[in-house]
Design a protein around this ligand. Structure first.
Ligand code: FES
Length: 105
């Protein structure tokens, strides 16, 4: 079996909306809106697929989000942090490492 892909998406962002992370559905919706407004849709080379998780098993410094393929874990997410992540990481390809508590790269 070949390695699974999420074509046409370049990145996969999974935000936790579990109880210990604040169950922040408005922030998840906001991320989806920001990605859409930034044009990071299926027709864009930098398309981002945004999904939610009930718990990512980390349960600290939430809300958290893991972004693949980098394997970078963002924490303590806010609207302002999402704005920078969408612009700098998703659009420009420069992860905002100061917002991360783990970086696999
Ligand atoms: S509730 Fe978010 S990682 Fe567990």
């Amino acid at each position: 079996m070949n390695k699974p892909t999420i074509t046409p998406y370049k990145r996969h962002a999974v935000m936790c909306v579990g109880k210990s992370c604040g169950e922040n559905m408005p922030l998840l919706k906001s991320l989806k809106d920001k990605v859409m407004k930034a044009g990071l849709t299926e027709s864009d080379g930098n398309a981002v697929r945004v999904n939610r998780a009930g718990c990512l098993g980390v349960c600290q410094q939430g809300p958290i989000m893991v972004v693949h393929p980098e394997g970078l874990w963002y924490c303590n997410l806010t609207e302002e942090k999402l704005d920078r992540i969408v612009e700098e990481h998703f659009k420009q390809g420069n992860p905002v490492k100061e917002f991360a508590f783990y970086d696999a790269s």
